[in-house]
Design a protein around this ligand. Structure first.
Ligand code: PTJ
Length: 243
C-alpha cells in the first residue's frame, strides 16, 4: 500500500500500475526498464513541461492537423500509461490509432487493442502484414494505417523504426524524454516531455490552434533547436541542483 502522503506518490503508483500491467501482459518486462530510463530523464527536466516542449507539442498538433492520414502508434507502455489520453487526442485530431509492438504477440496486440477501446479509442485493427523493412516485429503494420500514413506519432519508440519511417518519406513525431536517443535525433519532430503531460497538451493545441498559428509553427519547425533546448534545460538543472 503506497501512502498518498508519500512525496513520490505519483511515481510510485505509476510504477505499481506498470508492474501489474506486466503481469497481465499489456506491458513487456523490458517496458519497465524503458520507464525507468524515462523517469531519470524526467528528473533532469524537473518533471514539468518546458517552454520548448510546449512549442514542440503545438507543432506536433499542427503537423497532425495538416496530415492526410495521421496515425498514432501505440505500444504496451503507452497503452498502460495513457489509453484515455490517446483516445482524447484521436477525438481532437481524427488520427487513426494503431498498435505496433516490439515484443509482439497476437495476444498482446489484442489485449492492448481492447484496453484502448475500453478507454474510448477507435482502434484501426485487422490483419497486419510485415510491411516495414525491419528484421524485428515492429515491421508488422496495416497497409491502410501506418504503412500509408503521412504523419505518424511514435511515443516511446526505438530508433530503428523511426529511421525506417523517415526514410519512407513520412513525417515522424517522436515523444521521448531522452533527447539523446536515436529516435529523438532521427525524428522530424521530437517532443521531449513525459507522455501523460505531452498528450493532453497536443490535444489542447489540436482544439485551439488557428490556421495562422499552424502555418507559423510549421514554418519554424527546427528539431535541432528543440533538442538542444531540452538538453540545455537539463544541463541547467543539473548545474544548479545543489544551489
Ligand atoms: O510494448 P512493446 O513490446 O512495443 O515495447 C515497448 C518498449 C518501450 C519496451 C520499447 O519500445 C523500448 O524498448 O523502448 P526504448 O528503446 O527503451 O525507448 C523508450 C524511450 O522512451 C526511452 O528513451 C525513454 O527515455 C522514453 N520514455 C520512457 N518512459 C517515458 C518515455 N518518454 C516519455 N514519457 C514516458 N513516460
Amino acid at each position: 500500500m503506497i501512502p498518498p502522503d508519500h512525496p513520490r506518490y505519483r511515481s510510485l503508483v505509476t510504477r505499481e500500475h506498470l508492474a501489474v500491467c506486466v503481469k497481465t501482459g499489456i506491458v513487456s518486462p523490458e517496458g519497465l526498464t524503458a520507464h525507468g530510463r524515462g523517469e531519470a530523464f524526467d528528473y533532469f527536466l524537473g518533471e514539468r513541461t518546458t517552454e520548448s516542449a510546449l512549442l514542440a507539442e503545438r507543432t506536433a498538433a499542427a503537423l497532425i492537423l495538416g496530415a492526410r492520414n495521421p496515425v498514432i502508434s501505440v505500444n504496451g507502455n503507452t497503452a498502460a500509461l495513457a489509453a484515455r489520453e490517446i483516445a482524447g487526442l484521436q477525438k481532437a485530431s481524427g488520427a487513426k490509432v494503431e498498435v505496433n509492438l516490439f515484443h509482439r504477440t497476437e495476444e498482446r496486440v489484442n489485449q492492448i487493442e481492447d484496453l484502448l477501446r475500453s478507454a474510448g479509442a477507435e482502434v484501426f485493427s485487422g490483419p497486419a502484414e510485415r510491411l516495414l523493412p525491419l528484421s524485428h516485429d515492429r515491421a508488422w503494420c496495416r497497409r491502410e494505417g501506418m504503412f500509408s500514413a503521412d504523419v505518424i506519432l511514435v511515443p516511446l519508440e526505438d530508433g530503428d523504426r523511426c529511421e525506417v519511417l523517415v526514410n519512407m518519406g513520412k513525417t515522424v513525431i517522436a515523444l521521448d524524454l531522452n533527447p539523446l536517443s536515436r529516435t529523438a535525433r532521427m525524428a522530424t519532430l521530437t517532443v521531449v516531455d513525459e507522455l501523460t503531460r505531452a498528450l493532453p497538451n497536443i490535444t489542447d493545441a489540436c482544439r485551439n490552434l488557428t490556421g495562422a498559428e499552424r502555418m507559423q509553427l510549421l514554418a519554424c519547425l527546427d528539431n535541432n533547436y528543440l533538442l538542444s533546448e531540452a538538453i540545455r534545460e537539463m544541463t541547467m538543472r543539473l548545474a544548479h541542483a545543489l544551489d
